[in-house]
Write a protein that binds this ligand. Structure first.
Ligand code: NDP
Length: 291
């Protein structure tokens, strides 16, 4: 068997066309241009590229975007002050704080208390990344509102292949707040039976072998092996790992395509969907703030 590729670029373009039409309608009917502010602290090269790609995507669909740059030496107070100003800015309907924040601001813990405190300062209605505790709480209680972009994009990809979630064994590798945990909740809501694995999981290969659906979000190049994949499984590779030679690779060995029925490529799978869902969330935020 050789897996069919799930074309994230094509699905993302479809979402972006829908967003572009929605933006046009909002401009026409309410005279409102959706606005997105990206906050970038320090000069993490990868983050700069992500923020630039988000700006280009905004331009494509007619969303107004700004980049708010703070030096790596900025204090937490300066960042909170900037977020407060953006919360009050009527031109801005969506705010994203590009992660990771510099370690000076996070006490070296990229998902620790300090980061949660900063993300909690974004007004929930402008939280287009879906990381605010209120939005995460809504997702947890089965009332998804602003859903984190990568998990929302994964669901769209699965819908694009008419994946039947009901009763399927879904194995997620990674338990981060931005991918692993929210995708687990979204899959559970669709009646999949979910296993979440992490760095302390024993016999990882045995767990992965159970999956009708495998979502790999661990950030370790090609760690998920071909012979861990159940024949016919659907494999979503979230990983984006830059090798020393500059090549971008996922968390799944590409040879896994010989076992899977469908697999996402890296690049060109989940990545484009994350940006498309960010635009979709920004449009939705603007619609709500205008009604
Ligand atoms: P994090 O580093 O926050 O989380 C990684 C998770 O993987 C943790 O839960 C960790 O376990 C687990 N893990 C690490 N090593 C292993 C291992 N050997 N076996 C099992 N589990 C392991 O990463 P993110 O969730 O932010 O991102 C994951 C990957 O997805 C990265 O490559 C990132 O670049 C990519 N990504 C891609 C996006 C896209 O748009 N395509 C968007 C977001 C992320 P523990 O909790 O025990 O430490």
């Amino acid at each position: 068997m050789s897996a069919k590729l799930i074309d994230g670029k094509a699905v993302a373009e479809k979402v972006m066309s829908e967003v572009a039409r929605g933006v046009e309608r909002l401009k026409k009917e309410k005279k409102i241009i959706p606005g997105l502010a990206a906050v970038l602290v320090g000069d993490n090269e990868a983050s700069k590229i992500y923020v630039r790609n988000k700006r280009i995507a905004c331009e494509k669909v007619g969303i107004y975007s700004t980049q708010e740059l703070l030096p790596g030496t900025a204090s937490e107070e300066e960042l909170l002050g900037l977020i407060d100003n953006l919360n009050k800015d009527p031109m801005i309907h969506g705010i994203l704080v590009q992660l990771p924040l510099p370690s000076s601001m996070t006490n070296g813990n990229p998902s620790g208390m300090n980061v949660q405190k900063i993300l909690s300062e974004v007004a929930p209605e402008k939280d287009v990344d879906g990381f605010h505790p209120i939005n995460l709480g809504k997702l947890f209680s089965g009332m998804p509102d602003m859903v984190p972009c990568t998990p929302a994009g994964i669901i769209k990809l699965l819908e694009s292949i008419n994946f039947d979630f009901n009763g399927k064994e879904a194995v997620i590798v990674g338990r981060s707040n931005i991918v692993g945990k929210p995708i687990a909740l979204l899959l559970m809501q669709r009646h999949a039976t979910v296993t979440i694995c992490h760095s302390q999981t024993k016999n990882l290969s045995e767990k992965v072998k159970r999956g009708d659906l495998v979502v790999a979000a661990l950030g370790k190049p090609a760690l998920i092996q071909e012979d861990w994949i159940k024949p016919g499984a659907v494999v979503i590779d979230v990983g984006m790992n830059r090798l020393p030679n500059g090549k971008l690779v996922g968390d799944v060995d590409p040879k896994a395509a010989s076992k899977a029925s469908f697999i996402t490529p890296v690049p060109g799978g989940v990545g484009p969907m994350t940006i498309a869902m960010l635009l979709s969330n920004t449009l939705e935020a603007a619609r709500r703030q205008s009604s």
